[in-house]
Design a protein around this ligand. Structure first.
Ligand code: 13P
Ligand code: SF4
Length: 338
């Protein structure tokens, strides 16, 4: 299960005239709204040069960020991988806090900014470092695989990390009969279905966006659109994934759509996913339902501009803790896809 990026040429708009940049988002941004946004886009492109900064944007970012100012776009795994190779003094993470922390762990010498400190994650909030120490005591010797959607403090107590793009490979790479997979209960259950030879112990954390989907949603969409292809993120409940045609990380979902080119597709995930690939795929009809992530949606062109103007909000991790958390992330990055 490997993740890939959109080609950088699709993400990076440096040197493009503003009308060409607008053409990328014209399906989602009415012409009347563009002049106000264009001012921020132009300012951000200048500030990136002046600050020697890059913008890493998650696939859930709104099209007016994803297609206009981002340098690198991708799923959590791709953003972590790319963070290692970034050649810049400043990284702005258009995503949520744990993603910025991961970028900082991998780039201790760089300035990492998050435009809004309130961009959290219900999964990251579902477990503390003390909880992980408690699990360690309760299950001595059982490796702890921690989803990247967690704080650096939780990662620091873990053996290694995983993302939704490599969780199966990470669990198999351990070669043990039992693992703890925290904190996403549904991701762990979905991985369990693919790796029956390993017993996976879970924690009761959920994504507030994906836990809302139900099998009834899928039945309703299949009834209304016979033949529709249903693709679900593995943070969805297992009953939802079981009703789907494909499940994978956000990058894997995008790759599936662009490679298989279904006539009609429903992306059972955050709403911006469909919006971000719709423009380049006018022959594919993207059908709702989808849900918004309130944390991802805290990012805006305005606060990205402000972050670059003022170099705020800087994300820092205490060095000792960072060393331990980095180890867990690096062990994950060393796992080769099978
Ligand atoms: P991906 O790693 O699949 O991009 O998912 C991150 C996330 O937060 C999904 O809710
Ligand atoms: Fe967290 Fe869910 Fe939002 Fe992803 S979609 S950042 S898992 S709350």
């Amino acid at each position: 299960m490997a993740a890939t990026l959109l080609p950088t040429s699709q993400a990076n708009t440096a040197g493009l005239p503003l009308p060409d940049i607008y053409a990328r988002v014209s399906r989602h941004v009415p012409a009347i709204e563009w002049p106000a946004l264009a001012d921020d886009v132009a300012a951000i492109l200048e500030l990136k040069k002046a600050r020697n900064a890059v913008i890493l944007a998650h696939n859930y970012q709104a099209p007016e960020i994803f297609h206009t100012v981002a340098d690198i776009v991708g799923d959590s795994l791709a953003l972590a991988r790319e963070a290692v190779t970034v050649d810049a003094d400043v990284i702005v993470l258009a995503g949520v806090h744990f993603m910025a922390e991961t970028a900082k762990l991998l780039n201790p010498g760089k300035t990492v900014l998050i435009p809004d400190l309130g961009a959290g994650c219900s999964l990251a909030d579902s477990i503390t470092a003390a909880d992980v120490r408690g699990l360690r005591e309760k299950y001595p010797g059982v490796p702890i695989v921690t989803y990247v959607n967690t704080s650096a403090a939780v990662k620091a107590e873990s053996d290694l990390c995983c993302t939704s793009g490599n969780a199966v490979d990470v669990v198999r790479s351990l070669g043990v009969p039992r693992v703890l997979m925290i904190p996403d209960e549904f991701l762990a259950q979905n991985v369990q279905a693919l790796v029956p030879e390993v017993e996976i112990l879970t924690w009761a954390g959920h994504c507030e966006v994906h836990e809302l989907f139900t099998p009834a949603d899928i039945h309703a969409v299949r009834e209304s659109y016979p033949g529709v292809t249903v693709i679900a993120h593995p943070e969805c409940p297992p009953e939802v994934v079981a009703e789907s045609d494909f499940s994978g990380s956000t990058a894997m979902m995008m790759n599936f759509v662009t490679e298989k080119r279904p006539r009609q597709v429903v992306l059972v995930t955050e709403c911006s996913m469909g919006d971000n690939i719709a423009a380049a795929n006018p022959d594919i009809e993207f059908i709702k339902p989808c849900n918004l992530c309130p944390h991802m949606k805290r990012m805006s062109l305005k606060n990205i501009r402000h972050a670059l103007e003022t170099l705020t909000h800087e994300v820092t991790v205490e060095p000792d803790l960072a060393d331990r958390a980095r180890l867990a992330v690096e062990r994950m990055l060393a796992v080769r896809p099978r």
